[in-house]
Design a protein around this ligand. Structure first.
Ligand SMILES: Nc1ncnc2c1ncn2[C@@H]1O[C@H](COP(=O)(O)OP(=O)(O)OP(=O)(O)O)[C@@H](O)[C@H]1O
Ligand SMILES: [Mg+2]
Length: 259
């Protein structure tokens, strides 16, 4: 029997996180709550060091919250799992492995045959435009290409939740545009949920069904801004007055809440 839509959500509730450092206790996430439905793209903007990566890492199951709860489809998130894949801000590739091996490595916990792993890896590598580079090692690729390997690794998992930490920051403007459109297509096609952190306000509005605006550290959720621009969106939409008004609003909120 299929689950009801409400139980297929990612639910972040009253989340609180500190780090203990040599200078004392550092509050990083301050009481954040939000929900994301399947097929939705939610983007997050906030000052550098506010706690965005920490939040994604907690949803990935790589960090534990001090308080609050994280659930996906009604199940508590307590460890990493193949239904969630993260595209890391700093690529997170293994330098001693080739492009193909890096992507296959991301599939290690899936119970599918080695042949299927290879097939999925090749498909994802093609999708991010790296066909022909399968045997290259990361150090022989540009920053943008390394990031695309990171994206391929996450896509190959075919996760129901994609956690994207500034996935296009190292990619040139033209590739960025193509990959933004591609990511939206994949999310729609796989009916996946995407949570995407970006420093680029236009990117947040262009890709997001909602934009979450975070304060500087400790991150609080200042406002959730719905983007009611129909999809699929065309790049030209960025020049519309509706888009520009939203852009000005996010800009103002960030200015007001960045210490
Ligand atoms: N493992 C850790 N131990 C101690 N402090 C940490 C740890 N990880 C992150 N921090 C601190 O938590 C704060 C938030 O870091 P985080 O990486 O989540 O910020 P961010 O919003 O992703 O920043 P950026 O936009 O620059 O990527 C920073 O002050 C950082 O120094
Ligand atoms: Mg970060």
């Amino acid at each position: 029997m299929s689950q009801s839509p409400s139980s297929r959500r990612l639910v972040v509730k009253d989340l609180y996180k500190t780090f203990t450092t040599s200078n004392g206790v550092l509050p990083v996430i301050d009481n954040i709550s939000f929900e994301v439905s399947p097929g939705e793209v939610v983007t997050i903007v906030g000052a550098s060091g506010s706690g965005k990566t920490t939040l994604l890492r907690m949803i990935a199951g790589l960090e534990t919250p001090d308080r609050g709860s994280l659930t996906l489809n009604g199940h508590a998130i307590i460890e990493p799992g193949p239904e969630r894949a993260m595209i890391f801000q700093h690529f997170g590739l293994m330098p001693w492995l080739s492009v193909l091996q890096n992507v296959v490595f991301g599939l290690k916990t899936l119970s599918i045959s080695p042949a299927e792993k290879l097939e999925r890896a090749h498909e994802a590598i093609g999708r991010v435009g790296l066909k022909g580079f399968e045997d290259f090692h990361p150090k022989h690729l540009s920053g943008g290409m390394q990031q695309r390997v990171g994206i391929a690794r996450a896509l190959a998992v075919r996760p129901s939740v994609l956690l994207c930490d500034e996935p296009f920051a190292a990619v040139d403007a033209m590739t960025r545009l193509l990959m933004q459109t591609d990511l939206l297509g994949i999310v729609t096609e796989q009916h996946a949920t995407a949570l995407l952190v970006t420093h680029d306000i236009e990117e947040a509005l262009y890709l997001g069904d909602r934009v979450l605006v975070f304060s500087s550290r400790p991150a609080r959720l200042i406002e959730e801004i719905p983007v009611r621009i129909p999809k699929p969106r065309k790049p030209e939409i960025r020049t519309s007055s509706e888009f520009q008004a939203l852009r000005a609003k996010v800009w103002r909120l960030l200015q007001e809440h960045t210490k």
